[in-house]
Design a protein. Structure first.
Length: 199
């Protein structure tokens, strides 16, 4: 599976996402990636964001069982095993034991176990339907420091997009929380604190 992982579309896309978001995230900070999949973006976070501590949170087999559903090339025609994807995250943690921790759980459970105000940022790429995304955003908010950021993936402007629930949830959360929504290429969104100046 090493060749499939190296050639996976997320390998190239993850680098582009990191290049776009790197300027928003201060170095040597504490963050979490909720929704890790095959850990392509996780590698870019470590390399480019240089976190003090990074939590990689994903349920992997707890949600999907032994093998991912058939999502075409994304899950190698439904042959990608969750254990293989999880191992990529664990390999990254093994290479950076002082700064990366793998958490096999749902984002809400992970967040519930954290003290309030402990994270500098969270990158959200888990569920992609309205209610779960909104619930995740609300769960993240109290865990952030006053200058904390929420970043995420799959914000499509097209109202008919497959992941249109992400846009709806992010918009509603931004309006309700007062956070400032900034959009980047590659379907990335950033929710800045209400007192922040736009970049």
């Amino acid at each position: 599976m090493d060749t499939e992982r190296a050639n996976h579309k997320e390998a190239k896309r993850s680098k582009r996402r990191a290049n776009l978001l790197e300027r928003y995230v201060p170095k040597n900070t504490i963050g979490a990636e909720i929704g890790v999949f095959w850990a392509h973006f996780s590698e870019r976070i470590v390399e480019q964001f240089d976190p003090k501590m990074l939590f990689l949170v994903d349920p992997w087999d707890k949600l999907f069982g032994e093998t991912y559903p058939n999502w075409g090339d994304y899950t190698v025609g439904g042959t990608l095993k969750t254990s293989v994807a999880k191992q990529a995250a664990q390999d990254l943690a093994d290479r950076h034991p002082d700064k990366v921790e793998v958490v096999v759980d749902y984002g809400a459970n992970f967040l519930a176990g954290l003290p309030d105000g402990c994270l500098d940022w969270v990158y959200l790429d888990a569920e992609h339907t309205y209610e779960p995304v909104l619930a995740d955003l609300k769960a993240i908010e109290p865990k952030l420091k006053p200058d904390g950021l929420i970043l995420g993936d799959d914000y499509y402007l097209n109202p008919n997009a497959t992941h249109k629930g992400v846009r709806r949830a992010v918009n509603e959360f931004a309006y309700g929380s007062g956070r400032k929504l900034v959009l980047e290429d590659a379907y990335q969104y950033i929710l800045l604190p209400k007192h922040a100046k736009r970049p």
